[in-house]
Design a protein around this ligand. Structure first.
Ligand SMILES: [Zn+2]
Length: 124
């Protein structure tokens, strides 16, 4: 399975553009979309604060990022492992299959839903 170079280049351009935007512009400005779940329900979804957390991380403030969305900061190592697993998929299919196993995916799902509940119950 060979990746089309235009798609790879487009993905890199989009990723770099988002990194630059989130690094330079504070998501609390009016240019960023608000969470519709929060607007409609008044409850934080598991992803609330992620834009602000990414902005804080890109500006080197891990503590602020943790305060905005601890789950996002906690999942950075997992995302790194998933990216690595994808990159070495052909050479290490067992590693890729383990990282993308049902057990891992369901565990992540339970943690995300649990975080969504806990942060609303305890005001995190
Ligand atoms: Zn939200």
């Amino acid at each position: 399975m060979k990746k089309h170079p235009v798609r790879v280049i487009a993905a890199v351009v989009v990723a770099v553009t988002l990194i630059v935007i989130y690094g330079l512009v504070n998501p609390e400005s009016r240019f960023f979309p608000k969470c519709m779940f929060l607007v409609v329900t008044g409850w934080k979804c598991p992803g609330c604060g992620s834009q602000r957390a990414i902005h804080a991380l890109l500006n080197g403030d891990v503590g602020a990022a943790w305060g905005y969305n601890a789950l996002l900061v906690s999942f950075i190592p997992l995302v790194a492992v998933m990216v690595i697993a994808s990159l070495v998929r052909l050479r290490r299919p067992g590693f890729y299959n383990f990282v993308n196993s049902r057990w891992i995916i369901w565990s992540v799902f339970v943690v995300v839903v649990g975080w969504g509940i806990v942060r609303n119950v305890y005001g995190l």
